[in-house]
Ligand binder design. Sequence first.
Ligand code: NAI
Length: 332
Amino acid sequence: MAYTIAFFGTKPYDESSFNDKNKEFGFEIRYYKGHLNKNNVLLTQGVDAVCIFVNDVADAEVIRVMAANGVKLLALRCAGFNNVDLNAAAAGITVVRVPAYSPYAVAEYTVALMLSLNRKIPRASWRTKDGNFSLHGLMGFDMHGKTAGIIGTGKIAKILIHILKGFGMNVLAYDLYPDYNFARQEQIVYTSLDELYHNSDIISLHCPLTEETKYLINDYSISKMKDGVMIINTGRGQLIHTNALIEGLKNKKIGSAGLDVYEEESEYFYEDQSDRIIDDDVLARLLSFNNVIVTSHQAFFTHEAMENIAATTLQNIKDFINHKPLLNEVKK
Ligand code: NAI
């Protein structure tokens, strides 16, 4: 009998990339649109493995039912695992994940946000569709010669920095673990956070969300920044205290913001909410600024990244079945 996997929280694009890749693996896949939770976990009866994404819930109760149903493997098709109770899973379910999908996708998207905000392309496009060809309010600045401050210099930020150096920008970087070889090679400078805040025209966040980085961007850090600074966040929503950002935008300390992530995003992101009144006043205020771009956690979303997600997830499952070492196992 074919090895059976129940996928939760799937969209048509997930089915398409997994169906393509599964031709090489031959698993039996059952797709469910709903997010895994305690109400639908009974759908895991008779399946060998369960595959979930960022907004599915694998808490202790869900894991207990899955284990009782005979599920042996929980395969995350994402990097983060904050939605999984690893203590509960340790009692009998192995957890694997996809640690990186495509750093190029996120780095290139970050540049797209910078250029869209700087040159006001969304506003210009709305105008011309409405027959308005005026340039009033659309003036940007040359990226060449400006300073980008990059916080966290891992896989994504290194690619971003290479692109920004191509524009002729100066780069200031901050990381808990600076990579001085990389700095020499790209001719960038590691500085303190204070210096980075003080001197950067654009600040972009690429560190993980930890106790230490939660609300890194707050009233105090914003007060140290250059007037008119552009802030870009493709990291995690809680890196920014959103009310502090809104204050900064209102008093014009912050010139613009590009946000692919938002601290309360799970209520809204990835779903069509256009028929609903937005009851999150903070999100509604953010959406009201003409110098803010909010997108729905889509920086990763390229063909290449989706293919990598499918390939890594199905290979993780195959390795588990074949008792091979699990390179991407998540342990408590
Ligand atoms: P990475 O692990 O390669 O790099 C993270 C870097 O942050 C490391 O160099 C690390 O030393 C540094 N770091 C850790 N703690 C720090 C601190 N307190 N202050 C400064 N730097 C610190 O991660 P990668 O792949 O570059 O991803 C970065 C972040 O991007 C992820 O943590 C994730 O939150 C986000 N992401 C967003 C996606 C999207 O679609 N918007 C997709 C994938 C990742």
